[in-house]
Design a protein around this ligand. Structure first.
Ligand SMILES: [Cu+2]
Length: 123
């Protein structure tokens, strides 16, 4: 291996973490779980998010006994924790039983907008 190849290889190794995109590492309620109506939904992210450019919305996508439930936006306040790594949603009213989807978006150090979804059920 010549010197320039070695330089390129080490550059690639150093550059990799800078391009890591934020993703959900854990959440409450957990993905796919069925829980009592949560007062707060928390997504723990792998990277610190830029608060101004990050957030989430909550949509009810299913209700017991209803075959075709149109997606219904639920009022919820989105915020980012002090460490930048927790994305929180506080529903303004108690969530009725049903299936819910969180659509989150986040921008971290590499400035790319990344999106994801997180689903759970309320019993
Ligand atoms: Cu990126």
């Amino acid at each position: 291996m010549n010197l320039s190849r070695l330089a390129m290889l080490s550059l690639a190794l150093v550059a990799a973490p800078a391009f890591a995109h934020p993703k959900v590492v854990s959440a409450t309620p957990a993905a796919g779980s069925t829980v009592a109506a949560p007062a707060k939904i928390t997504l723990q992210m792998s990277e610190a998010l830029t608060p101004k450019l990050s957030g989430a919305t909550l949509t009810m996508t299913g209700m017991p006994g209803m075959a075709d439930h149109a997606p219904m936006a639920m009022a919820a306040k989105s915020s980012i924790g002090p460490d930048g790594k927790s994305l929180m949603l506080m529903p303004t009213k108690k969530l009725p039983a049903g299936h819910y989807r969180v659509d989150w978006h986040g921008v971290s150090s590499d400035t790319h907008r990344v999106t994801g979804t997180h689903e759970f059920d309320v019993k």
